[in-house]
Ligand binder design. Sequence first.
Ligand code: A2P
Length: 340
Amino acid sequence: MSGKKFNIAVAGATGAVGNQMITCLEERNFPVKSIKFLASSRSAGRKLRFRGDLVEVEELTENSFKGVDIALFSAGGGTSVKFAPFAAKDGCVVIDNSSAWRMDPDVPLVVPEVNPHAVAQYTNKGIIANPNCSTIQMVVPLNPIHKKCGIKRIVVSTYQAVSGTGKKAIDELFDQTKAMINFIDYKINVYPHRIAFNCLPHIDVFLENGYTKEEMKMVDETRKIMEDDTMGVTATTVRVPVYFSHSESINIETREHISADEVKSLLENEPGIKVVDDPKKNIYPLAIDAAGQDLTFVGRIRNDESIPNGINMWVVADNIRKGAATNTVQIAEILAENYL
Ligand code: A2P
């Protein structure tokens, strides 16, 4: 780092991801000159800690960004659509965790391990988008394979933690589980069905083509980040009763042959990845082990014996950290080091 320090704002600071963004800024020792915490009027006046100091939460308004260099947004799509342009107008670079700007051709969509060069396009609109959590942890291990032997098609099924829906969903899983084991009535508020002791093949809204929006995010964002519109991607996204970390079963078909052993050694040498793959000893990636970590864990790497060039793998990462907050702060680091 150059030694320069930056004025930072966190929009959605009181939320599950916003909170973790604050922790990541602290843990990664981001060069912060000043920090502003923004949320809805409901939270104005609340105090949150940053590096030992209490900082008062302010209501997010059109005028919140004067003098701010970088704003990390995680306050929902509607809030990003409304307020990111005001931030950009005031010369602040927005790194947005919502889906609002991801597919805008003028907005770079960045996973630092995959396409750090795309950060340079922040000048178009003053906005950089952080991809969907499920997409991030998929492209991290797939990009090195794509570069080596070309991925023709991806078939992915996800097992996604409730924290991806926010604090209310974390509480709902806890309350329903408690009610169930005490044989009392449970309430359903956040999801259309009970999430405790259940799996819901439904994340975000259903679209005309029968897929959910979450599934199509994985399709479109993967192609944009890996810069290959010809890649076939099909996804089934499922919410499971897990608090933190998404798990994914990923099947790929490559253009050139690569063996499971070659994939293992390739991924063992990649930054941001930990291969955890010794099934005979019951060792494979687990949501409970990935929670709180920044790495993407890959295991169960094996040849797909049903086709000549196929690989299966199981990929797990903390959706709030690598899937959201850590990736956002990593983007801010690239921006701060190279462009501001
Ligand atoms: P608040 O806590 O004041 O509602 P989560 O995804 O965990 O539910 O968090 C959402 C975050 O986005 C919270 O910090 C929330 O603030 C913030 N937020 C939601 N709606 C708005 C809004 N209209 N303006 C500003 N912040 C908002």
